[in-house]
Design a protein around this ligand. Structure first.
Ligand SMILES: Cc1cc2nc3c(=O)[nH]c(=O)nc-3n(C[C@H](O)[C@H](O)[C@H](O)COP(=O)(O)OP(=O)(O)OC[C@H]3O[C@@H](n4cnc5c(N)ncnc54)[C@H](O)[C@@H]3O)c2cc1C
Length: 301
């Protein structure tokens, strides 16, 4: 039987096999879920006039590109059927394999029961471009994510690629924005001056701001993505990692709708609600969660 280009052998004598094609989905920059880059491209600053030891003069301001790209590079083919078949191994219940109904029923059941290890059989890989080092530092704290990140030891800003940086919305909308951009540009110019003067890139980078953008590719299994979304899509998380995680979540909800069914994205204000497990008793008088969500002094990280 062939369905959607996938080969599925039907249930025979109490056994079902899922034949997976050895196919990897490569980058899909046109994917409509991904954030599309704005037309603006950041420019490298002009050559610094000041000599070593003198303050730089005539530094041209580098405008941030404002580009943020979240792209799904690959995902386990037929991910949710893989999860189902792996899970059915525990009970040798392959005769019940009858997707899509059986897949939905089983995955929702394991989510409810907490048998989340079976979600580890499916993986996804994302490329994230245009996020700051602030964001990537938070992201790589997640130990079950495998990251590969642009190296500031090897990449030279202004040569390998233009220097780019993030301006937080809370700064962009204030009179501080201009000074912020001037300082970022000055810092980049001084960085270039040091590299040209023989300082190794790995040492010149010490002067670069946290706002510097950094490209990163991450891979993780579905269980870890659920954990990541549960702590990074909430109002407690910092806005930048929240923004990226919500974009990843939207893609995962399209690719694996059952595994992420309980993460509800409110498109109007781009917030995420996590539904309690099906059948869980929710105390309507429990104000703790609501109060915590409203508390501004909650630690941010
Ligand atoms: C709102 C918020 C504020 C934060 N503030 C700060 C801060 O002020 N300072 C700071 O340093 N960090 C901060 N962090 C980062 C946080 O401490 C974690 O390092 C980060 O969120 C990674 O989460 P994790 O350890 O739960 O998950 P992961 O590393 O993604 O691991 C996933 C899960 O695997 C299990 N696991 C992984 N490793 C172990 C282990 N060694 N032992 C047992 N179980 C393990 C745990 O169940 C864990 O939840 C903050 C995070 C958030 C979301």
């Amino acid at each position: 039987m062939e369905e959607d280009g996938r080969k599925v052998q039907n249930i025979e004598e109490g056994k079902a096999y899922l034949m997976l094609e050895e196919k990897t989905v490569l980058e899909q920059p046109e994917k409509k879920d991904a954030i599309q880059p704005p037309k603006a491209v950041s420019k490298t600053p002009s050559v610094v006039e000041g000599s070593q030891g003198e303050p730089p003069k005539g530094v041209s301001k580098v405008e941030p590109s404002g580009e943020l790209l979240v792209t799904l590079m690959s995902i386990t083919p037929q991910a949710e059927q893989v999860i189902e078949m792996a899970c059915r191994t525990c009970y040798l219940s392959f005769h019940r394999y009858n997707p899509p109904a059986s897949t939905e029923e089983l995955i929702k059941k394991i989510l409810k029961k907490g048998h989340h290890s079976v979600l580890e059989h499916a993986h996804a890989t994302f490329r994230i471009k245009g996020g700051s080092r602030v964001f990537t530092h938070e992201l790589i704290r997640h130990r079950l994510i495998s990251p590969s990140q642009e190296s500031q030891r090897y990449v030279q800003y202004g040569k390998t690629r233009p220097f780019d940086y993030v301006v937080p919305p809370s700064v962009a909308s204030t009179p501080f924005a201009e000074r912020y951009k001037e300082l970022a540009s000055e810092t980049q110019a001084f960085y270039e001056e040091m590299v040209k003067g023989g300082v190794p890139k790995e040492d010149a980078r010490y002067i670069l701001p946290n706002a510097t953008t950094s490209e990163i590719v991450i891979s993780a299994n579905f269980r870890e993505f659920r954990h990541l979304f549960s702590v990074r899509c909430t109002p407690f998380a910092h806005w930048e990692i929240r923004k990226v995680c919500i974009e990843m979540l939207k893609i995962m909800k399209k690719e694996a709708p059952i595994s992420f069914w309980d993460f509800v994205v409110n498109e109007e204000n781009n917030t995420v609600t996590i539904l309690p497990p099906e059948g869980a008793v929710v105390d309507p008088e429990d104000k703790t969660r609501r109060e915590r969500a409203e508390r501004p002094e909650e630690p941010k990280g």
